[in-house]
Design a protein around this ligand. Structure first.
Ligand code: FEO
Length: 397
């Protein structure tokens, strides 16, 4: 087996998972996912994070190839979520003297998940560890993505082992460095990863970025996705924009539920109005067809959101309610909004969505509601609502 050396002292020993269909048993993985782990080799050897326990065998083979009969001295735990911590017990069985490095919150979770309470070395924010000539510095970055998360900085080679931060879904199909692969699939998967995994923690991400500001970084080694070298600035800027909830595109997401096509007809009429108003970037999602994780990624991406829902059992359509819950949980800020919906005898959906958007302090343009099928007069109202939405969006064509 060959392992990949990505710098003078760092080996990539991560693995790919193309079998799992749902990340965290909830988020689809059309391109799979990688669990990245790194070995820093000097007089002492440090392993940075582990991998999902299902892949321990191949993980160990990679490690053994890289260390050539030596032992690992330290295991640095940047993040305790089991996709990275899952192999800790097995690593300890292989290297019984390994010392585990983390912070106080790490060790609380380590005990709770795996019953590990010995051979621990606690580090505090800014402290360093010498491996020989190599010095590793630790930065505590709580809530990116869990309370214990921290990052490890290789001071000599200017490499940041960043945990989940700067990560994305998508297995690594051959290469590991961003310079060795076509990155097309990763940009969309980075948006979806950010929106769904880290999206709730905009303020902690901003705090982490401030803490890292001024640090010279030549390589970003996340726990998921490519190792970022040439594209590292783009990736950092991306995290900066998203954690400030700034849309990337001045355009509209129209997300709707529809049982028999009546609410969908309203969505089409509104979208036609938006288009006629000069907006090119419009995307429609049927919430029953498109997984909410993809819609959420687009809510982060676009500046305006229009949601449609039938009234169902005197409430919102269930998949629309789920989408609203996901958006609210992430407290997405500063979006242009409109609501629409249809009902057969009593309209509840629009009445539910407008106060929801008010609570988020969004810019509400208006709403439209129809009983049963979409009639000509209401079609015109929907189209006009689309024109109004377009009016609110800057940089129209
Ligand atoms: Fe990839 Fe928060 O774990």
């Amino acid at each position: 087996m060959k392992t990949l050396k990505i710098s003078n002292s760092v080996h990539y020993v991560g693995v790919n998972d193309r079998r799992k269909s749902l990340f965290e048993n909830q988020l689809p993985l059309p391109y799979g996912v990688s669990y990245n782990s790194y070995l820093v080799v000097d007089e002492k050897i440090a392993l940075v994070d582990t991998v999902d326990a299902c892949y321990f065998d191949i993980f160990l083979q990679k490690i053994e190839t890289a260390i050539k009969g030596r032992k690992i001295d330290y295991l640095i735990i940047n993040h305790m979520e089991p996709d990275h911590s899952g192999s800790i017990r097995l690593i300890r069985q292989q290297f019984p003297n390994i010392q585990i490095i983390g912070n106080a919150k790490t060790f609380d979770m380590l005990k709770g998940y795996y019953g590990v309470i010995d051979n621990l070395l606690e580090v505090k924010d800014g402290e360093t560890l010498q491996l020989g000539e190599t010095s590793l510095q630790f930065f505590l970055t709580p809530m990116v993505h869990w309370p214990e998360t921290m990052m490890t900085y290789h001071q000599q080679e200017k490499i940041l082992f960043s945990g989940d931060a700067f990560g994305c879904f998508g297995a690594l199909d051959g290469g590991v460095l961003d310079t060795t692969m076509n990155l097309d699939k990763f940009w969309g998967e980075m948006r979806r990863y950010y929106a769904n995994i880290v999206g709730k923690y905009g303020v902690p991400v901003q705090n982490a970025l401030k803490k890292l500001d001024g640090l010279e970084i030549t390589m970003l080694c996340s726990t998921h996705g490519p190792v970022w070298t040439e594209e590292r600035e783009k990736v950092i800027n991306f995290y900066d924009m998203y954690s400030r909830y700034e849309p990337l595109v001045k355009g509209v997401v129209v997300a709707y539920g529809s049982m028999y096509g009546n609410t969908e007809h309203m969505a089409e009429a509104i979208a036609a109005g938006i288009s006629a108003g000069g907006v090119k970037d419009i995307v429609l999602h049927d919430v029953s067809k498109t997984d909410a994780s993809f819609i959420l990624a687009d809510v982060f991406k676009y500046s305006a959101l229009v949601i449609g829902s039938p009234t169902y059992m005197n409430e919102l359509f269930p998949q629309v309610a789920l989408l609203l819950h996901k958006i609210e949980a992430r407290a997405i800020k500063n979006r242009i909004f409109a609501a629409f919906g249809s009902c057969t005898w009593a309209g509840v959906s629009v009445k539910t969505m407008l106060p929801w958007a008010e609570k988020l302090q969004w810019n509400i343009v208006g709403s439209a509601e129809e009983k049963q099928a979409l009639k000509a007069e209401k079609y015109e109202e929907c189209y006009a609502l689309g024109l109004q939405i377009a009016e609110k969006i800057e940089n129209r064509v």
